[in-house]
Design a protein around this ligand. Structure first.
Ligand code: ZN
Length: 336
């Protein structure tokens, strides 16, 4: 074979390799893959910008990226000073997800930031784009998979997880389709599925759909599980393998969080719990982005309260370092 043939073969081979986007075992941040061990202390459910204008009116002209960076950075740097290494930004597309903004804030603050793919069904479908009504679950999933393979909107920024959302009661047909699409993209990519859910009824319905699609509950993060007041439901879901996300910590609700987390510990399920604030965020359309809630209560209130309850360093490490790294590692998790 002539040398030119070798060169052509080498080019073909390397382009095949680069199309095969396999990041199994990694964490995908907005600046590229990192090892799970590099995640460190992680806030698993937060926001930097959320725009409630609705799917039919949202566009990137509604905010100025420099202004958002200027407003959000002091809060992010404060969280960094308290020990945060990785920040998981949960704002989905059509609600203000902005991959360029996330990348520049990550570069500016030095935090690992993860963004997401998927659609948000809660709030009576106000943030669902029109095409989602007519597309099948497979078609929806293939749009999201494209973001994983090629990056979001030509930015090269890849999602690090799947973010969907459902209403607090039974699943509507549309929301069932979102969950099904999430299952399909999980099987294709290994990204974890974080679903804004709230009470137990939709959580177990979602787990049912995932199981039908062959996805293990270990791929599922029950977001806003604190809305379910029956703690036995947290235990039941965690025993299936699902992640239980208590993610609305603030200055005033720490005793509730201590009780919920303690209950998981008493049931030997501390290795299934995620904790965060669901705080932030810049609000386009409001003067200077409106009021911004910082990411400090977990460090200044919750951790000391847990220590007082007898939580050890290694248990806190489990909650804030090991669990996030495990939950967000890229890995296909199939049901048996
Ligand atoms: Zn949220």
């Amino acid at each position: 074979m002539r040398r030119i043939h070798y060169i052509i073969l080498a080019i073909i081979f390397s382009s095949v390799l680069s199309c095969r986007v396999n990041y199994t075992g990694k964490i995908m941040t907005v600046t590229g893959p990192v090892e799970p061990a590099q995640m460190g202390l992680t806030l698993t459910h937060e926001h930097i910008l959320v725009d409630f204008i609705g799917a039919d009116s949202i566009n990137y002209d509604r905010w100025n990226r420099d202004e958002v960076l200027k407003k959000a950075s002091p809060f992010l740097l404060e969280a960094k000073k308290l020990g945060t290494i990785t920040f998981i930004e949960c704002t989905p597309a059509y609600l203000g997800r902005d991959p360029r903004l996330m990348r520049s804030i990550s570069e500016y603050t030095g935090l690992n930031i993860l963004t997401n793919t998927g659609y948000y069904g809660a709030s009576r479908d106000r943030y669902i784009p029109k095409h989602a009504y007519t597309e099948t679950a497979d078609e929806l999933a293939s749009g999201w998979i494209k973001e994983w393979k090629k990056g979001i909107e030509g930015t090269g920024v890849r999602p690090g997880f799947i973010k969907i959302s459902v209403m607090s009661g039974d699943l509507s047909d549309l929301h069932r389709k979102l969950v099904r699409a999430a299952a399909k993209i999980h099987l294709a990519t290994g990204m974890a599925i974080a679903s804004h859910t709230g009470p137990a009824t939709p959580a177990f319905a979602e787990l049912g759909v995932l199981m039908e699609e062959g996805v293990s509950p270990e791929a599922f993060i029950w977001v806003h599980a604190q809305s379910e007041k029956d703690s036995s439901a947290h235990v039941m879901a965690a025993k299936t393998g699902a992640w239980i996300s208590f993610d609305g910590v603030d200055e005033d609700n720490v005793p509730d969080y201590v009780r919920m987390i303690k209950n998981m510990k008493d049931n030997d399920l501390l290795d299934k719990v995620l904790i965060s604030h669901d705080a932030g965020w810049y609000k386009p359309g409001m003067p200077a982005g409106g009021e911004y809630r910082g990411y400090t209560a977990l460090f200044l209130k919750l951790v000391p309260a847990l220590r007082e309850e007898g939580f050890s360093d290694s248990e806190l490490d489990q909650l804030l370092v090991l669990n996030p790294a495990k939950a967000f590692t890229i890995e296909v998790r199939r049901s048996e």
